[in-house]
Design a protein. Structure first.
Length: 155
């Protein structure tokens, strides 16, 4: 297989156990060091979305696919279809943890680790079109696996 075809339309997310975790459309794919691919997760999608995914231009126009992601404490987090999903790879367990009030999800997640005066964890800021300059929240995942608002930028 040609090297350039190996990564065609794959979106890299992070590494896990020396392998690269990618996504393509609604699938999470693990690419191992020997360049073998394995689908580790496939999100359910509608027939219309399946058709739209066949066109890279339409899927980009409608902002389909898996958005931001992070591997935190061996749990994968993905933004997809206006929700945050957590996937425990060791237990092979998928969970919807959060639904967005606006937009499709964060541009990225941030890990807070060993910073004085801050509790460790992952955070994200809301990301959506906000011409009226409404309030915007910063969320943090708490120990109960819930996303709580830790700060709000006022209107």
């Amino acid at each position: 297989m040609k090297f350039e075809n190996l990564f065609k339309r794959l979106k890299p997310h992070f590494t896990y156990n020396g392998n690269i975790i990618f996504s393509k459309n609604n699938k999470i794919i693990e690419l191992s060091k020997d360049q073998s691919k394995k689908i580790i997760l496939e999100f359910k999608i509608s027939l219309l979305e399946k058709l739209l995914f066949h066109s890279k231009y339409l899927s980009r126009l409608f902002r389909l696919g898996i958005r931001s992601s992070i591997n935190y404490e061996n749990i994968f987090f993905f933004s997809f279809q206006k929700k945050i999903y957590s996937f425990d790879i060791k237990k092979n367990f998928l969970n919807i943890e959060h639904k967005f009030r606006f937009g499709r999800g964060p541009l990225s997640y941030t890990v807070i680790d060993n910073i004085e005066s801050f509790e460790d964890g992952i955070v994200f800021g809301e990301y959506f079109g906000n011409n009226p300059r409404n309030e915007v929240h910063i969320y943090k995942r708490n120990k109960k696996s819930e996303w709580e608002i830790i700060y709000t930028f006022k209107k």
